[in-house]
Design a protein around this ligand. Structure first.
Ligand code: SAM
Length: 283
């Protein structure tokens, strides 16, 4: 996909171009939001036609984000959160969850989608501990040196870095280098909350991953990769993975399997297995 140094599709700001679909609007649409245009709905319909339960990927991802934030707010005592690729402000956002436990927690959101930035600014106006800024999350130096980030967060102290549902929108194999740069910048004792489209490498589930990937990568989005366990773990170098559930299972699980709220009454769909979530700590 293009010259080695050409930007990944999602690094090109979306603008308010109603002819170009937006990752943020499509994802929010799957979560029940209303801020999508016809160009987004075309992609949503294609995905739904190919994989009727694809919505489980978005819901699983958002549920994981919420439980991971609740867990870290309660147990890590860390008071600063850097949420990269925050998405449209849907019902329960990082700051609402962590500030419920700790009203002093500070959150900086980063995104490059103008609709996200506009909604985010409107929502956050009243909250002095929450900020949103524009940067390319796949160029870590621009995030780490961003004045909003450096004014409100102290990188020399432990923080929680969120890259939830983001790296699969980076084309090519630059993911490990991007995450390495973030991880190098974190103080020991920091946490990383991470999720990614997942190819579980089992026949039915791989088929789902391939169908959705085909629509996203070959369509107007130009990006959306499902990666394997090894490819995902390569993006979290040097981190200790928090045990993802109460059993002695694998280190990487479907988002829905990451410390669920309670026992499962119905089995997970194959689609729900196609998004993986990890919480890890920098030693
Ligand atoms: N993190 C949220 C969650 O998991 O619920 C939202 C995930 S949404 C699938 C991905 C978000 O990343 C979108 O809001 C999109 O605008 C943002 N994004 C994608 N590429 C980006 C880039 N290069 N720089 C900044 N934000 C980006």
């Amino acid at each position: 996909s293009g010259a080695p140094n050409s930007p990944s599709p999602s690094q090109v700001p979306v603008g308010v171009d109603p002819t170009r679909p937006s990752i943020a609007r499509i994802y929010d649409g799957f979560l029940g939001g209303k801020d999508h245009y016809e160009v987004d709905r075309v992609v949503m319909r294609k995905i739904n036609d190919a994989v009727p339960e694809a919505v489980h990927i978005a819901r699983g991802n958002r549920g994981f984000l919420n439980r991971a934030c609740r867990f870290l707010a309660a147990q890590s005592k860390i008071e600063q959160y850097l949420d990269c690729g925050s998405g449209l402000p849907t019902a329960e956002n990082t700051h609402q969850i962590v500030q419920r436990t700790n009203p002093d927690a500070r959150v900086v959101y980063v995104d490059n989608d103008p609709v996200v930035l506009a909604h985010g600014r409107a929502l956050l106006e009243e909250n002095e501990n929450v900020h949103i800024t524009e940067a390319d999350i796949f160029t870590p130096s621009t995030v780490l040196k961003n004045p909003v980030v450096s004014t409100h967060l102290d990188l020399s102290e432990p923080l929680v870095l969120l890259h939830v549902g983001t790296l699969h929108h980076l084309e090519g194999d630059g993911g490990p280098a991007v995450m390495q740069e973030y991880i190098d910048a974190l103080a020991p004792g920091s946490y990383v909350v991470f999720s990614h489209f997942f190819d579980p490498e089992t026949p039915g589930q791989t088929e789902i991953a391939k169908k959705i990937e085909e629509i996203l990568v070959k369509g107007p989005m130009g990006a959306g990769r499902f990666r394997t366990r090894d490819e995902i773990l390569a993006m979290l170098p040097g981190l200790e993975i928090i045990k993802p559930n109460a059993t002695t299972g694998p280190d990487l699980v479907a988002c829905d399997e990451w410390w669920p709220d309670g026992p499962r009454l119905t089995p997970l769909s194959d689609s729900a297995h196609c998004i993986a979530g990890i919480v890890a700590r920098k030693p």
